[in-house]
Design a protein around this ligand. Structure first.
Ligand code: MG
Ligand code: ZN
Length: 225
């Protein structure tokens, strides 16, 4: 039995940006407000960042399958123009919302606020957010999530982490995906684990393969779920 969740808008909810106000600061303010909303609703929220093709959607699909008996899961998928990801998630029988950002190459806190309110109204208590495929600017736009995850795959080559350190510095969990492709690609996943640890010693790093399911239980643990 789900009792209705009532979210009351706070006064500072409206994102009115003064001309001189820093845009990133405004986003951070909204992210903090999102976090309070999530906590009040008793929902855990996790933000997945990574390039197009790194396997974010596949990782989320695996997590949904292993957790949907224990949590009421909802997914927010960010993409510039398609709804491919939300369609894929929908096949697993959980609510999914697609956000199309147009020319924006990242999700921001106001967009996530709108989508997450819809999910929370449906009684969801675990929200996976798939950020727009991009390893640069999502780092600067916190969404209010409890954990931030960055996904890279061995198919992206051996220098991905060394070249994109900023996003690893803001992440709580790093996923080195497509372990099953490490042989054909000639990329050692353990070397990527080392790079990730160098970029952010506090980050928990997990090696996965969404094809075989390897590493998914470890990822669940790393996410505290
Ligand atoms: Mg995707
Ligand atoms: Zn961007």
């Amino acid at each position: 039995m789900n009792s209705p969740i009532i979210i009351k808008a706070d006064e500072d909810e409206v994102l009115d940006i003064e001309l001189e106000e820093d845009f990133l600061k405004a986003n951070e303010r909204m992210a903090a407000l999102n976090r309070r909303t999530f906590d009040r609703a008793g929902a855990r929220v996790i933000d997945f960042m990574g390039s197009i093709g790194s396997g974010k959607t596949s990782i989320i699909e695996r997590l949904v399958e292993s957790l949907k008996e224990r949590y009421r899961i909802g997914v927010i998928a960010g993409d510039t123009s398609t709804d491919i990801d939300a369609q894929r998630i929908g096949r697993h029988g959980v609510p999914s919302i697609q956000i199309n950002t147009g020319r924006e190459c990242h999700l921001d806190a106001p967009l996530v606020r709108k989508a997450s309110k819809k999910l929370l109204r449906e009684g969801v208590n675990l929200v996976f957010i798939e950020n727009v495929g991009n390893l640069i600017c999502p780092a600067e736009f916190p969404l209010g999530s409890h954990k931030r995850v960055v996904v890279v795959s061995v198919t992206e080559g051996e220098y991905m982490i060394k070249k994109k350190q900023d996003i690893f510095r803001v992440a709580d969990v790093g996923v080195i995906n497509k372990k099953d492709m490490s042989g054909p690609m000639g990329v050692d996943p353990n070397a990527l684990v080392e790079d990730a640890r160098m970029a952010n010693p506090k980050m928990v790093v997990v090696v996965t393969s969404t094809r075989t399911g390897e590493g998914i239980p470890e990822l669940v643990t790393a996410l505290g779920l």
